[in-house]
Each structure stands twice: as C-alpha cells, then as structure tokens.
Design a protein around this ligand. Structure first.
Ligand code: FAD
Ligand code: EPU
Length: 340
C-alpha cells in the first residue's frame, strides 16, 4: 500500500480544487483497510471515489483513501433476473454500459453519472426516473471504528432522495463501501416516464424504446446540458431540489405561474432548484473563476483557478437570495470537506 505525502488533490476532485492532503493512498483490496487505523491511529480519514460530489475548502490534514477495488461477478442468473456483485472501485458508467450491452434493465437511466460504484449508495444516485435504491439488494462495508465487516440490506441503507445512512454526519468516513449487489432484469421494460426522455423519443420517432434506446437518450440529454468536468470543473447539481407542502406550493405557483414543478403526492411537491436559481437571474453569473453554468443553473463551475471557498461563497449568496425571493432554503447536495 503506497502512501504519498503532502500531495495535491486537484486531479482527484472534479471541481479541480487545488488543495493538499497530508497523506494519500488507495486500496485495491478491502483487507488493506484493516491496518490503516493501526498505522495511522491519530489521523483523520477521508474516503474518496472519483471526487465528483465533493468540494474541498482547505487542505486535508489527514489521510485520503481512494477506492480502487475492482471486479464484477455474476452471482446468479435466471430467466427473470441476474444478480451482480460489483466491487466499489469500479467506474459506475462502465457497469451501466456492460449491463446495457447484455440487454439487462435496471440502471440504464443512470448512465454517465461520474463516480465509483461503491459511492453510488452514499447519496442514492438518481437520474431520469431511476435511483440506485430501485435495484440495489445490499452493500458490503468495512467499519473503520471497530474493524468489522457488515452487510447493509436495501432497507438498512435508509435511502431517501439524494440521501442514505452513509451520508449522516456520524457515519461519514466510518463505513467504507467495498462492494454492492444489484438485481438486473434480462430484457426488462425500461423506465421511460421522465419528461425529457418522452420528448427525446417523440422527436426521434421511437415508439417502444429498448433498454439501449433509453441509455442512448440519457447519454444524449446529459451531454447536451451538463458540463464535462474534464473541460470545466463542477460536481453536477450543487443543491438538492426542495420539496414543499401544498400550502407553500400554492403560494409559489400563484406568484410564479410559469414555475416548473413535480407533484409527488397531494401534499408534497418538488420544485426544481435550477428553475428557482435561473428565474432569480443567476444563470451564467460569474465572480472571478467561480460561476453558475450557462446551460444548467443548478451546476456551479470552476473556470480554472477558483478556490473551494470561492465556490462556497457563491453558493451561500445563492442560498441567501433564494431564501429572500421565494422563502425557500436550498440545501447543498455536494459534500463540503473542511471549514469555511
Ligand atoms: P466522491 O465525490 O469521491 O465522494 C462522495 C462522498 O462519498 C464523500 O462524502 C466521500 O467521503 C463518500 N465516499 C466515497 N467513497 C466511499 C465509500 N467507498 N464508502 C463510503 N463513503 C464513500 N449524482 C446523481 O445522483 N445524479 C446525477 O445525475 C449526477 N450527475 C452528475 C453530473 C456531473 C457532471 C457530476 C460531476 C456529478 C454528478 N452527480 C450526480 C454527483 C456524483 O456523480 C455522484 O454523487 C457520485 O456517486 C459520486 O461518486 P464519487 O465516487 O465521485 O464520490
Ligand atoms: N431548468 C431551468 N433552468 C435551468 C435548468 C433547468 O429552469 O438552467 C428547469 C427545466 O426546464 C426543468 C427543471 O428545471 O423544468 C429540471 O431540470 P432538469 O431536468 O435538468 O433536472 P434537475 O432538477 O436540474 C435533477 C437532478 C440531476 C439529474 C436530473 C435528471 C437533483 C438535485 N438533480 O436535475 O442530478 O441528473 O434531475 O434526472 O435532483 C446531480 O445530482 O448531480 C444531478 C445532476
């Protein structure tokens, strides 16, 4: 297990923030974690996948552990379903591509989400009408506080919208997810209800979309509006979409009749934060090298030399403005590492 010292994390976070870690290592076997606490009893530990959902505010005074554990295994294969065990360090999109090639349904809507497979349960990744919780049977984690291995069933993961047990402050950097188990459906019927997908299929005259059609549609839509971190630093949606009750919804929609929304239930509506931020005039706004993307107002970007604090400061201005204009409190989706 190689350990590097005093190393820049810039290549390891998609915002491209240039902070340093005291130590950096990666594991390709979960057993390597067993020695880590012994070797570094007093160091803070940070788990890192591909750094596509983090914002570093300062240097990290501790040890950063990257997940490079590889391997995909088909555990069970029947006509009705296939069960796959996927090592946490696999690149998520590669897993999606492989499943689509085999005409298995379940994760085709989650194409092109950056990051490692082992991180997917942390915020219950979701897109275009699907979340990982819809197909995840369980995940296996190593508990750094007591050196024990533990299996979490889907229910035990306590999934919610961009949320799970692993995201709670007391569990962060405690359970290292090294393997996930998914249930995929051979030749299954794909989920096509999301509005942008429907629009794509109408425009392309596709009546009965296949699993591959859904994958292609998601890839096309995402490429057309989300910035590629290889070109411009970002971590996807910076904020969660707020959920409001019927009373608040009525007040908002009468004040802003053109506001986009999704009805979840009679007393629960999800309001796209992108619409709120866009309508408040922030789209394309730039302050030094920190900015709001010009095609997707929910994505904050680093044009080159922004610091984590620059991005954070901008995010706070947006939160304050949205609160003042609409009386809604935006919550950051991106994981903030360090202190402002
Ligand atoms: P990291 O950023 O490395 O880590 C994220 C958090 O998980 C950190 O708190 C970290 O400490 C913790 N963590 C990392 N590895 C482990 C582990 N093995 N065990 C336990 N905890 C761990 N997300 C969506 O849900 N839907 C989208 O559509 C979407 N689109 C995106 C588009 C772009 C362009 C970008 C840049 C990001 C997008 N994201 C999206 C966010 C991101 O891709 C996901 O959150 C992804 O799962 C993060 O994976 P990662 O390996 O990069 O995690
Ligand atoms: N919109 C605007 N202005 C914009 C962008 C969008 O008004 O600049 C409006 C759109 O017209 C649409 C609505 O906002 O009516 C929603 O936009 P979009 O479909 O692009 O989705 P989103 O709510 O911005 C969410 C997820 C994404 C996920 C997509 C697709 C959250 C926080 N974000 O984005 O996830 O890929 O839906 O399902 O839930 C991520 O988590 O990092 C992420 C990218």
């Amino acid at each position: 297990m190689e350990i590097q010292e005093n190393i820049s994390l810039r290549p390891y976070n998609t915002f491209g923030i240039d902070v340093k870690a005291k130590y950096l290592t990666s594991v390709d076997r979960v057993e390597q974690l067993e020695n880590l606490k012994e070797k570094f009893p007093d160091e803070r530990i940070l788990f890192l996948g591909e750094g596509s959902n983090v914002l570093f505010l300062n240097d990290f005074d501790g040890i950063v552990v990257r997940n490079e554990i590889k391997g995909i295994q088909v555990v069970q294969q029947t006509d009705e379903y296939e069960i796959w065990d996927i090592a946490g360090g696999e690149h998520w999109h590669d897993v999606v591509e492989l499943s689509v090639k085999q005409n298995l349904s379940g994760i085709e809507n989650l194409a092109l989400i950056p990051g490692k497979a082992g991180t997917a349960p942390v915020q219950n990744i979701g897109a275009y009408g699907r979340e990982i919780k819809d197909v995840l049977i369980s995940c296996e984690a190593f508990d750094l506080t007591n050196g024990r291995y533990r299996v979490f069933s889907n229910e035990e993961c306590q999934f919610g919208y961009r949320d799970s047990l692993f995201k709670r402050p007391e569990n962060k950097n405690r359970y290292f997810i090294y393997r996930i188990r998914l249930r995929l459906i051979p030749n299954g019927t794909p989920e096509t209800g999301y509005r942008a997908l429907q629009q794509y299929f109408t425009e392309n005259h596709i009546d009965k979309p296949s699993i591959k059609d859904v994958f292609d549609a998601v890839v096309h839509i995402r490429r057309s509006k989300l910035p590629d971190p290889a070109e411009i630093g970002n971590a996807g949606s910076f904020f969660k979409n707020p959920v409001v009750d019927a009373g608040k919804f009525k007040a908002l929609i009468s004040a802003y009749p053109s506001m986009a929304y999704y009805k979840i239930s009679d007393d629960s509506y999800k309001i796209p934060a992108a619409w709120l931020i866009d309508n408040a005039g922030w789209k394309g706004y730039r302050e030094g090298d920190a900015g709001v993307h010009h095609k997707q107002a929910l994505v904050l970007v680093n044009y080159g030399r922004a610091t984590g604090r620059d991005i954070y400061r901008l995010s706070q201005k947006i939160i304050d403005d949205i609160k003042e204009k609409y009386g809604l409190e935006l919550e950051r989706e991106v994981q903030i590492i360090g202190r402002y």
